[in-house]
Write a protein of this length. Structure first.
Length: 477
């Protein structure tokens, strides 16, 4: 039997994860978020086989991640280089796969083309652009403005222009941008973990090799990778006695996606720690605010997109999303309709208002209790509150708070909860990014069960204790 930490154990984890990500990539070739109107579109039978294979691979990847977690908490944990190599091996098949688990990358390209064509993306949706590129955008987002900031739109415009609206080149370009963000995340995780007293291997296991990152930031090419990469480097700079640079970088992260603005208080805390005098907190807060406003004005002027993204921040909100408040709202509305009440149409908006109010209370409370934890830890809790209590959520939104917590949270409940949630949410989205019907759920379940049977057979044949869940590995992070 292998001891966690043995080189053979690490190699087997690496091989199992590579097998899983390769199966996901191959299955995604017929069941992924493929271009519409393609003459070479797969048949329904091929899509069914692809879905089965993708979920077979998903379960193998989650199991490899959990098994690696045992090595991280073992007597001889992998070094930083070994963890980075494992990440690269697991990510490699997903880099060359078609878009998976979401069609958002097509929205990015369409929005970039709109900026290039001088169409106001904060007023119009991709349907105003028209053409084959806009046709790839999911129907729900066709006529909605974008909530993304001017920095990301400038990047998307460059990719759309360079690719000349060719889908394969455009998708690869957006994925390379996401990989740059992932690289910054890895670097900042290592640096922050060392300064917060966390083992770098544990930080990388939870925050970088996480299946959610591989599936949604690499395979899905979500712009959250750029936001989190800039956020992490901003925290490194602020904590390393460069708070002004940290404030600028954090603002740049918020100009990709707005949730990163919650990192500005962390920069202010680090800045105040380097000052002396009675009004050091006020001086630090004023300096961070000034730097943020100046950076926002400069980037917006250069991008030429205006400030419409502030009014478009409710774009991700839809009546059918997975947000806790949306689920409660739909359940309440159903109960009221069954009782014959007249308040059912107001239930959803009421629960969303409750969620926003709870967020407005929870975030300040986290920072008021901050002396018990580091600013990075407080930021992670704040971002988790925004993701869970907000009016819209996607599986990868959990990475907003998980990323800082991976670097700063002590061993214990927070890391275990994040690990288990990651393993569960990794299975929550179809490779196509669309809602599942009964047949697709059955195929996905069969693929997952087949993977569990294969893992059991391998364990019986080799004598290795391959975990089938992340529960026993949660404390490794």
């Amino acid at each position: 039997m292998l001891t966690p930490g043995d080189e053979s154990h690490i190699r087997k984890c690496r091989l199992l994860g590579l097998t899983g990500s390769a199966a996901v990539a191959v299955g995604g070739g017929s069941a992924g978020a493929l271009p519409v109107g393609d003459a070479l579109a797969p048949s329904s039978e091929a899509a069914a086989v692809g879905l089965f294979g993708a979920y077979f691979g998903l379960v193998l990847l989650v199991a490899a991640w959990a098994w690696l977690g045992r090595a991280v908490r073992g007597p001889r944990p992998p070094d930083t280089r070994g963890m980075v190599v494992t990440l690269m091996v697991w990510a490699a098949p997903l880099v060359i796969a078609p878009p998976l688990f979401s069609r958002d990358v097509y929205s990015y390209l369409a929005q970039g083309a709109m900026v290039d064509a001088r169409i106001d993306v904060y007023t119009h949706g991709p349907d105003r652009l028209g053409g084959p590129l806009a046709a790839q955008v999911a129907p729900i987002w066709q006529d909605t403005p974008t909530p993304y900031g001017p920095l990301f739109l400038s990047l998307a415009s460059l990719i759309a222009r360079a690719s000349q609206a060719e889908l394969p080149a455009g998708v690869l370009g957006m994925r390379l941008v996401a990989l740059l963000g992932v690289g910054l995340m890895v670097l900042s995780l290592v640096l922050l973990a060392r300064r917060d007293g966390t083992a770098p291997a544990a930080a990388l296991w939870l925050g970088a090799l996480n299946p959610l990152l591989l599936l949604h930031l690499v395979a899905g090419a979500h712009n959250d990778a750029v936001m989190l990469g800039l956020l992490g480097i901003a925290l490194v700079a602020a904590k390393g006695r460069f708070p002004l640079l940290g404030a600028v970088l954090m603002t740049l992260a918020a100009l990709v996606k707005a949730p990163a603005a919650l990192g500005l208080p962390a920069v202010a805390v680090f800045w105040a720690g380097g000052l002396t005098g009675r009004y050091r907190w006020l001086r630090a807060a004023s300096a961070v605010t000034g730097a943020a406003l100046a950076t926002t004005a400069a980037v917006t002027a250069i991008a030429g997109t205006g400030y419409g993204w502030i009014g478009a921040l409710n774009t991700p909100v839809s009546h059918h999303n997975w947000a806790l408040t949306s689920l409660l709202g739909r359940m309440t509305a159903s109960a009221l309709r069954g009782a014959g009440g007249d308040l059912a149409p107001f239930a959803l908006d009421a629960w969303r208002a409750v969620g926003l109010a709870a967020t407005a209370v929870a975030v300040p409370l986290v920072w008021l209790r901050r002396p018990r934890h580091s600013p990075v830890y407080a930021l992670g809790l704040s971002l988790i509150a925004v993701a869970v209590l907000g009016p819209a959520i996607r599986p990868w939104y959990v990475l907003w708070g998980l990323f800082p917590l991976a670097a700063a949270a002590p061993p214990g409940a927070a890391r275990r909860v994040m690990a288990v949630a990651s393993g569960v949410l990794a299975l929550a989205q179809l490779p196509s990014g669309l809602a599942a019907d009964g047949l697709q759920l059955a195929l996905a379940a069969c693929g997952g069960v087949f993977a569990l049977v294969a893992l059991w057979w391998v364990r019986e044949m080799s004598g290795d204790e391959v975990p089938l869940t992340v529960r026993e590995s949660g404390s490794a992070a």
